[in-house]
Ligand binder design. Structure first.
Ligand code: RUQ
Ligand code: CUA
Length: 652
């Protein structure tokens, strides 16, 4: 390469760095409503203030303020409450991160909201080749060891850690319904950094944090199985059990479990650190659909966490597969006194979602097979003799209510699977109304079609933003071009910030199967890194000085290489047939977004290296020949030339 080429590439990189610097500078000083650069209050504050005053009257007035009057960069308001004010133009940043589960793809997805642009996919329980997840030693060992060595997972409920009932930007957690696991995603890197294979659980379905400070992450076991599942009790379903597991968010250890009667389903924690709620079905302990739906009652279970901790402390448990399991069944001695560890609140059959209101007053369970929601008064729970008396509201919301979210202005939003609608209703009005009344319903909006979960911005915190809601619809049917028999799902964005103007459908977003739940977090509450910090992991940092090909013994070679534009440390690496080769590769770039790969054809090697990251891979060089290691990320003008030749010499 000539000096000239070198110069012009260097110049180009400098320009890029300068541009990036400008962008970073801009960001630091501004609020989050980037589509409205001249507005001094951000939309969140505006909506809150307006909500408090009951002052959002005509949407035209609202848009007048939002537009800043001068049609600024993002000022595409139509003056009729149109889609314009939610428009995020090219180069503009979103207000929120949407963290969506990916179902049995095993991953989670990161969306920008309100644009609904998919920003990233984070592999969790699945191997993934673009990010090299499950291809380097660190992540493949995590999947194989702590992860239980399964090849896939089924993510449903991504929940973000909170401090003082607000997002702290540290971690997201997500369950694996398929293989009974919980994973942690480090939000500095948007990377899965821990997985725990939960003993005594098959089908970890519900997942959520104990608030206010994420003392535990709870995994809710759905399927009832024998607690020692080794061939005993096969035909005795009464001896099966399901548990909730309390996981320490730092160590990802399962601290204790509680075994209960009936299946469990979803879960949510109260805001004060005492109560944790699960829904469930199959109080009958059946094993067929007909058996599981016989009775017209099931339970919401309210777990009294400090009382459970006391029982664990006092040794009132059985250790099963290394975990203290506390007996929380109805007959348990721990449930007979005046402070039972689990309260069984009877509800109409098979309640599905449960979520605690932002003020921590109520846990609301959605009926699924019953057209009502059950509003449980959390303060009354310890007081009442009959837990049924803690149910203080039963609004009739519509057919197939599955999940409920909140706007922080006293409204609940419930998906109606069968009606293909989202119902907005007034929580206090439901407490005042007769059982089964439709009066608390404020409004319904059609969604397309068959919604499962829905989530409103920051709905799981004590202080929701109350502007956007996503309805995660199972069927898209005729809404998109036909791509064959497997249709995308449809995630619909609905604006809920205008109580007078009503809910407004803003966007359809086709989704690969299949998002379940989501969390929506204000953009400024997560601070992702731009490059890796080598202090954050154990691997050896390889630079120009430490690069070497080291023969450890007759059959072991360690290749330490730096990686940068446009070269690996060695144009040629020679090993012997049969050698076990470990490659340690560091991307020594410090400029963000300059990613390199190291792929070796026919050896199944696929490393992806973000700036300052080091990855290792170990393989046996069992096929003599010439193999070109190449860079799999298009990193620069000389990307194609970025190669190294692996030569495997025949052993004799
Ligand atoms: S569940 S569609 Cu896996 Cu959250 Cu209700
Ligand atoms: Cu490095 Cu392409």
């Amino acid at each position: 390469m000539t000096a000239n080429t070198d110069d012009s590439i260097a110049e180009h990189e400098q320009e890029l760095d300068a541009l990036r610097g400008e962008r970073d500078g801009d960001e630091a000083g501004e609020g989050t409503s980037l589509e409205l650069p001249r507005l001094s209050v951000d939309r969140r504050d505006f909506m809150k203030a307006a909500g408090a005053l009951g002052a959002v009257s005509a949407s035209a007035g609202c848009l007048g303020v939002l537009d800043g009057g001068d049609g600024g960069a993002g000022g595409q308001g139509t003056g009729t409450g149109g889609k314009g004010e939610h428009h995020v133009g090219p180069g503009e940043l979103d207000q929120y991160y949407g963290i969506l589960s990916g179902g049995h793809s095993g991953e989670i997805r990161i969306l920008g909201i309100p644009s609904m642009r998919e920003l990233m996919r984070v592999p969790v329980f699945n191997e993934e080749s673009a990010t090299g997840y499950g291809h380097d030693n660190r992540t493949s060992e995590m999947l194989a060891n702590e992860g239980g060595d399964y090849r896939w997972g089924d993510t449903h409920h991504p929940r973000v850690s909170q401090t003082d009932n607000d997002y702290d930007g540290r971690w997201a957690f997500v369950n694996d319904k398929a293989n009974g696991r919980m994973a942690r995603i480090d939000l500095k890197y948007f990377e899965t950094d821990a997985i725990v294979d939960i003993p005594n659980q098959q089908g970890t379905h519900g997942a959520c944090c104990l608030l206010p400070d994420t003392k535990y992450v709870f995994g809710v076991g759905e399927f009832r199985v024998p607690m020692q599942n080794d061939g005993r009790d096969l035909d005795d379903p009464e001896a099966y059990s399901s548990t909730i597991a309390a996981i320490d968010p730092e160590s990802m250890n399962v601290e204790w479990e509680v075994a209960v009667d009936g299946n469990m389903d979803n879960g949510d924690g109260g805001k004060e650190g005492r109560w944790f709620f699960t829904t469930g079905y199959n109080s009958e302990h059946g094993t067929t659909e007909a058996e599981m739906t016989k009775s017209d009652r099931d339970w919401v279970k309210a777990f009294d966490v400090p009382a459970i901790e006391e029982a664990v402390e006092a040794g009132d448990y059985e250790e099963i597969n290394g975990v203290p399991v506390v007996d929380g069944t109805r007959e348990s001695p721990l449930n007979q006194g005046d402070r039972p560890i689990v309260k069984y609140v009877p509800t109409p059959k098979s309640p599905h979602g449960v979520s605690v209101t932002p003020d921590g007053k109520y846990a609301i369970a959605s009926g699924k097979l019953d057209p009502t929601c059950a509003v449980i008064d959390i303060e009354q729970l310890p007081e009442v003799d009959d837990p049924a008396d803690a149910i203080v509201g039963r609004p009739r919301v519509g057919m197939g209510p599955l999940h409920t979210a909140y706007d922080g202005r006293g409204h609940a939003y419930t998906t109606l699977f069968i009606d293909s609608q989202v119902a907005k209703w007034d929580i206090e009005a439901a407490v005042d109304a007769e059982e089964g009344s439709e009066d608390p319903i404020v409004e319904k909006i059609d969604v397309h079609y068959n919604p499962g979960h829905l989530i409103a911005s920051e709905s799981y915190t004590a202080d929701p933003a109350g502007d956007y809601l996503i309805s995660l619809n199972k069927l898209s049917k005729d809404r998109f071009l036909n791509v064959g028999p497997l249709k995308p799902e449809n995630d619909q964005l609905i604006y809920i910030g205008d109580d007078e103007g009503g809910m407004e459908l803003i966007k359809d977003k086709p989704s690969f199967p299949e998002p379940h739940d989501a969390s929506i977090v204000a953009a400024d509450k997560i601070e992702p890194a731009d490059v890796y910090d080598p202090e954050d992991y154990d691997a050896e940092y390889v630079d120009e000085d430490s690069a070497e090909v080291e023969r450890i013994d007759d059959s072991t070679v360690h290749v330490k290489t730096y990686v940068k534009r446009n070269e690996y440390a060695f144009p040629e690496i020679r090993v012997q047939e049969g050698d076990e080769v470990t490659i340690t590769a560091t991307n020594v770039e410090t400029t963000s977004d300059i990613v390199h790969g190291m792929a070796i054809p026919e050896y199944d090697i696929d490393l992806a290296l973000v700036p300052q990251d080091t990855r290792e891979v170990t393989f046996t060089a069992d096929q003599p020949g010439v193999y070109w290691a190449y860079c799999s990320y298009f990193c620069s003008a000389l990307h194609l030339e970025m190669r190294s030749r692996l030569i495997v010499e025949p052993s004799d």
